[in-house]
Write a new protein. Structure first.
Length: 78
């Protein structure tokens, strides 16, 4: 025999799991869109492709990225 609490808890758990996954997906999208993960992505790429070289410091990475965007504005609005 099925307990009523179990019958309600299972769909609720599934819903909360789906909401949690959606929240994590939105967070990932926003941080990626805003560039928050750019340095970590650069370091992972650099270590994979150039294991014998030291990657730029985070400060230097952001400075060069901003300088490059100023030199080549592309589709930026400002």
């Amino acid at each position: 025999m099925t307990n009523r609490t179990d019958a309600v808890a299972t769909p609720l758990r599934a819903l909360l799991g789906a909401v949690g996954r959606a929240g994590r997906g939105i967070r990932w999208y926003m941080t990626t869109l805003m560039g928050d993960t750019a340095y970590a992505t650069y370091v992972a790429h650099h270590r994979r492709e150039h294991p014998d070289e030291e990657p730029m410091t985070e400060r230097r990475f952001w400075r060069e990225r901003m300088d490059d965007q100023d030199r080549n504005p592309g589709a930026r609005c400002c």
